[in-house]
Design a protein around this ligand. Structure first.
Ligand SMILES: CC(C)(COP(=O)(O)OP(=O)(O)OC[C@H]1O[C@@H](n2cnc3c(N)ncnc32)[C@H](O)[C@@H]1OP(=O)(O)O)[C@@H](O)C(=O)NCCC(=O)NCCS
Length: 171
């Protein structure tokens, strides 16, 4: 595993969604629907679907290793005090879940748990659309920042976040 994570953060108040709404608009024009897990229903079936999507996308994270079992994922993600289904954005093509941007709530910051887009849908701005859509949740919480960290070899994810204005974190 990496011993030098790339830690990034975004000041929520300085994020201007008007620069990024075009990604949301383009997704919708291409028939990609965005919704939170809260809006879709935080059901056992949807939790399982989120797990499968997360597992598939995580296979492309450098040195990610074997993914959690479903039971462990439930414990880490859904049973954590920081979990809030309003912070989990899903992108859908028809009934097929093709992307996720999951955040969790930690008082003065929101943490990016996982952003992933299925391989056949990458390079179309879907990750930025999901994260822009999810910024509504971050704004409504008391958080001032969104934080994330990445393996240094995960250049796509780092570029995606820098594209949105994330900068190197001090902490
Ligand atoms: C990282 C990931 C979510 C990006 O999703 P995506 O929908 O393809 O990304 P977008 O099309 O929205 O691109 C957003 C920005 O990221 C950067 N980017 C994304 N893919 C890139 C690539 N292959 N090469 C260079 N830059 C890239 C660009 O800056 C791009 O903005 P631009 O097109 O305006 O220049 C996707 O590659 C993925 O699911 N990877 C596997 C899972 C992962 O590593 N997740 C991150 C860890 S939590």
């Amino acid at each position: 595993m990496a011993d030098h994570w790339v830690k990034l953060e975004l000041d929520i108040n300085s994020f201007d969604p008007t620069h990024f709404e075009k990604y949301v608009t383009r997704c919708r024009a291409e028939g990609i629907r965005l919704a939170t897990l809260d809006e879709l229903g935080d059901t056992p079936e949807h939790r399982r679907a989120l797990y499968e999507l997360n597992k598939e996308c995580s296979a492309d994270i450098p040195e990610r290793g074997e993914f959690h079992s479903f039971e462990k994922y439930v414990e880490l993600r859904f049973e954590a005090a920081s979990y809030d289904p309003r912070g989990v954005v899903i992108a859908m093509d028809g009934d097929t879940w093709i992307g996720m941007a999951a955040t969790s709530s930690h008082g003065d910051f929101v943490f990016n748990e996982m952003t992933g887009v299925r391989a056949g849908y990458r390079g179309r701005g879907i990750s930025i659309a999901m994260k822009t859509f999810g910024m509504g949740f971050a704004r409504e919480s008391e958080a001032g920042r969104v934080r994330t960290f990445h393996h240094p070899a995960n250049t796509n994810a780092i570029a995606m976040n820098r594209r949105m204005g994330f900068v190197d974190s001090e902490g």
